[in-house]
Design a protein around this ligand. Structure first.
Ligand code: NAD
Length: 491
């Protein structure tokens, strides 16, 4: 029987080899509701042995899963989408409690994840390769796509549901089996819930495994996941610092890793932009999910001719956004995920103010709820001028010419997403070509994303690409040749 998602501090189990089990040690940890500060669930606190069992189960299930026919595999992804849709209201409640996510972002994620599942349902029917011309007479050559084997997915807490699914769906649709290790901050929404939906949809035992762990216990689990020869690749979404460390680990074993990392996303408002629409776009892009999305706008660069008016209107709108209870359907901003996140946001603001910045709106908090905050005149010496603090704080700066705006937009280590607001779309496209970002949006927010787009960034933001481009990441391309006549050799 599956664990129920409703009610108080529910005791969850994890999914290994098609069974819902506790950690081998019997240990559990408390999963904390960031708004109330109380335990919302207890979750298995796994160790190396649990990770090994999950790897072995995925390895054992691989051959049969890779050989399963396209129609049977497609049906499972379609089932999963239907199940997730059926459970939508329950998932919204769960996301509010475990991750402080307000309803609008949870509903967006449910829609996104069901779209992803339905699109992935078509992958098994995509061409499995192509015919390659050979210069050798009588040789017929094929480049054939083959699954890799066991893929380990490591998911973050912030877009828990969507990114938990993104961590496993493309690898599975390519014929791999998976071990999903969700963030310790969202073991249910970024992990166990995904396992539940896929398990109920009928994915065979061992094809999907989910292993949860307590905050300080990642070491031995990571050792198993990264040292095991059975795990062929990793699909990681999280911070750039963790991604860099894990890339080095995977590289040390000559294994593949897909990375989706942090961002510091600029919005450039040109002199000919629609001011009211630019303010609307900036409010959404900067503060949706209280600034805890990799694509949130972190810096707004406004042409000096619009700057004062933009800042006044933007700050007024920001002052109306007060953070509160994410379970209340009227709440727009929920709490930050934990006390460390709150401290990081506060530190970023304090450092900026110490360097001479002006606090134009916000800067106030209650518990873990931090109000929408606008800073102006932030010195380049303040870390927040170029580093992601991952909270509801945005910088507004004036510029005089476009070259200056582009240089400022490119002045960070990141390169995920950018937006350019202008009445001259072709100029927006031209300028967008100069911005170092994997995704450029003319007259749209830095934030967005649909399952089929080539989601991804440049520089320290990542090197993965999702949508159908993920197939390249999670398959090998094998050459198969057939000699149709006897060949003549020099020896
Ligand atoms: P994080 O790097 O702290 O954790 C991400 C995952 O890595 C978690 O599952 C965590 O348990 C795991 N992890 C941490 N140390 C590990 C280790 N030594 N071995 C194995 N796994 C380890 O990131 P987070 O706080 O969960 O997420 C927020 C960050 O993710 C932000 O920087 C945000 O911009 C980024 N992010 C990027 C995208 C994207 O698509 N580019 C999407 C969402 C979030």
């Amino acid at each position: 029987m599956l664990p129920s998602l409703s009610g108080g501090a529910h005791a969850y189990r994890q999914l290994i080899a098609g069974e819902w089990v506790g950690a081998e040690s019997g240990r559990t940890f408390e999963d904390i509701d960031p708004y109330t500060g109380h335990a919302f669930a207890t979750v298995p606190a796994s160790g190396a042995a649990d990770a090994q069992r999950a790897i072995d189960a995925a390895d054992h299930a691989f051959a049969a899963w890779a050989a399963m026919g396209a129609r049977a595999r497609q049906a499972l992804f379609l089932n999963a989408a239907t199940i997730l849709e059926r459970r939508a209201d329950e998932v919204v409640r769960l996301m509010a409690r475990e991750t402080g996510t307000a309803a609008a972002f949870s509903r967006f994620q449910i829609q996104w994840a069901t779209g992803l599942l339905r699109q992935a349902a078509g992958y098994p029917y995509l061409p499995g390769g192509e015919i390659v011309q050979s210069d050798t007479p009588g040789v017929f050559a094929m480049a054939v796509r083959k699954p890799l084997g066991v893929v380990c997915g490591i998911s973050p807490w912030n877009g828990a549901l969507a990114l938990g699914f993104r961590t496993v769906v493309a690898p599975l649709a390519c014929g791999n089996t998976v071990v999903l290790k969700p963030s310790e901050e969202a073991p249910v929404c970024a992990g166990l819930l995904i396992g539940e939906v896929l398990h109920e949809a009928g994915f065979p035992p061992g094809v999907v495994n989910v292993v949860t762990h307590a905050p300080d216990d990642i070491g031995p689990i990571a050792d198993r996941l990264f040292d095991s020869a059975k795990v062929r690749a990793y699909n990681f979404t999280g911070s750039s610092s963790t991604g860099a460390r894990l890339a080095a680990r995977a590289g040390g074993k000559l294994k593949r890793i897909a990375l989706e990392l942090g961002g510091y996303n600029p919005m450039i408002v040109l002199a000919d932009a629609d001011l009211a629409y630019s303010v609307d776009t900036a409010i959404f892009a900067a503060f949706f999910h209280q600034g805890q999305i990799c694509m949130n706008t972190r810096k707004i660069l406004v042409h000096r001719s619009l700057y004062d008016e933009f800042l006044a209107r933007f700050a007024q709108r920001a002052r109306d956004l007060r953070a509160g209870d994410p379970s209340d359907p009227h709440t727009k901003l929920g709490p930050l995920i934990n006390d460390q996140a709150l401290a990081k946001v506060q530190r970023g603001i304090d450092e900026a103010l110490a360097c001479g910045a002006s606090l134009v709106a916000g800067g106030t908090s209650r518990g873990r709820c931090f109000d929408a905050t606008v800073l102006a005149d932030v010195s380049a010496d303040a870390p927040i001028h170029s580093e992601e603090v991952f909270g509801p704080v945005v910088l507004v700066e004036a510029f005089d010419d476009e070259r200056e705006a582009v240089a400022e937009a490119n002045g960070t280590a990141y390169g995920l997403s950018a937006s350019i607001m202008t009445a001259d779309v072709w100029n927006g496209i031209r300028l967008g070509g100069q911005v170092q970002a994997g995704m450029v949006n003319v007259n749209g927010p830095t934030m967005g994303g649909e399952p089929q787009i080539p989601f991804g960034g440049v520089k320290d933001s990542d090197w993965a690409r999702f949508g159908r481009w993920a197939i390249d990441m999670f398959t090998d391309l094998n050459l198969v040749t057939v000699s149709q006549e006897k060949r003549h050799y020099p020896l």
